[in-house]
Design a protein around this ligand. Sequence first.
Ligand code: CDP
Length: 225
Amino acid sequence: MNNRKIIVAIDGLSACGKSTLAKGLASRLNYRHIDSGSMYRAATYFLLLNNIDLSDNAAVKRCLSQLEIHFKSKGSRSQLYLGGQPIDKQLRSQEVDSRVSQVAAIPQVRRKLVLLQQEMGEGKGLVMDGRDIGSVVFPDAELKIFLTADLDVRTRRRMKEVTQNTDLLDFETVRENLVMRDQIDSTREDSPLKKTADAVVVDNSNLSPTEQLEMCLVLAQIRCD
Ligand code: CDP
């Protein structure tokens, strides 16, 4: 039995399996799972939908004041709502994919989303994955996991995901997109992806989803006791 509720922060590069691990952990611990990346994707989708020039700070700011994101939980599963409408598929389009890191580097976008994320952690019992969860959103999280995987492995995983979404792409294009996003996410000024000193590094290049889940569940259970 888990004695106390904790916050599990999972950070890592694109397509290294953060959401799969986060969903699995949330389900086994009976916690809520929030994919913070989906919030950056929703903000990107919203800005694109409104034809906002991303370099126009005033326009971005005006548009952000209309941005309304919330989640509804079904057990450990969380559905994102944008302006009251559930949205999924649109968040994974190639257009959003290629712009999201640029949007996530805008400080006013981050400020707004980080506050929302912190509110979600108030009752603990939360698994959140992203880039800055252990470093900025929940610096006191009881368990921080930093996930990594080989670039080619990540490319194959992303292709599988994208193909399921019917956008057919070749290996090199997907790989280049990941490299570009890794570069923006790791070098941006505001909250770059970085491993904190207290995070546990898990390289899952050669681990199955079940193996990584069982391993991280042990780490979580130690902290719940
Ligand atoms: O699925 P994938 O790992 O490629 O990306 P994601 O988790 O859906 O996040 C999309 C993008 O949002 C990332 O590439 C980051 O640029 C940004 N992001 C962020 O800046 N901070 C977070 N906490 C989560 C995502």
